[in-house]
Design a protein around this ligand. Structure first.
Ligand SMILES: Cc1cc2nc3c(=O)[nH]c(=O)nc-3n(C[C@H](O)[C@H](O)[C@H](O)COP(=O)(O)O)c2cc1C
Length: 209
């Protein structure tokens, strides 16, 4: 059977826990994943997890806490990698978190590294691209680039957790964003409690437990 992975691009914005939650959920759902970590994301990974990232299975196991799952690592400078060609079939791509630099680069088709090239390819092949920007506040340049991504067919999905699901800890806030990413990719999950139209339901069920 042909391996058809989801592409996960991790760029150098704060928010590596979002990337970890998305990766963990895709793997738990049984999907193969191709992973591209930008050079700047090595700094955010070091800052936020203490991990010195070198695109290895051992790094991934240390980050995700497991060796389980089918993950292929591609280096950010490897412009000859599979995902740099449209003939390399994928189910789509998520850039999580997306730096403003990655947003601008993808919006303008710069392809300055494999992450940006793979996102560009995903758009040109009319595959699903989900971009999870993490910056605040946003200037006009950021907003224009995000609009360009939207117009090019990407789903712009800000790292913006909601509170209607009744989060009681940090991981639940992270999982809400990861769950919305999986929704956008069309992958089933149980990462957050969905809105049912019942005001206060999440709060009530929390106080019952
Ligand atoms: C610790 C750290 C945190 C950063 N956080 C953000 C952020 O939240 N959002 C952002 O857009 N850029 C952030 N940056 C800046 C980006 O890393 C920088 O713009 C870089 O060029 C992005 O490159 P990339 O898109 O190739 O990963 C951060 C940088 C560092 C070192």
């Amino acid at each position: 059977m042909t391996r058809v992975p989801y592409l996960v691009g991790v760029s150098g914005a704060s928010g590596t826990p979002y990337a970890k939650a998305v990766l963990t959920a895709l793997l738990a759902a049984g999907h193969p994943v191709d992973l591209v970590v930008s050079r700047a994301a090595r700094l955010t990974l070091l800052d936020e997890t203490g991990l010195a990232w070198h695109d290895s299975d051992a790094d991934r196991a240390a980050w995700l806490g497991t060796h389980e799952g089918d993950v292929k690592h591609w280096g950010p400078g490897d412009l000859g990698a599979g995902p740099s060609s449209g003939s390399y079939v994928t189910r789509g791509m998520v850039v999580v978190p997306a730096s403003t630099a990655a947003v601008a680069g993808i919006a303008q088709g710069l392809s300055k590294d494999l992450l940006q090239r793979a996102a560009d390819v995903t758009l040109k092949e009319r595959r699903r691209l989900v971009v999870v920007p993490r910056e605040t506040p946003l200037n006009r340049t950021h907003l224009v680039a995000l609009l360009a991504l939207h117009d090019a067919g990407a789903v712009v999905l800000p790292a913006s957790p909601a509170f209607y699901a009744g989060p009681t800890d940090l991981q639940q806030l992270v999982d809400f964003v990861a769950g919305r990413v999986l929704d956008a990719l069309g992958v089933e999950h149980a990462l957050y409690r969905r809105w049912t139209g019942d005001l206060g339901a999440a709060r009530r069920s929390e106080s019952e437990t």
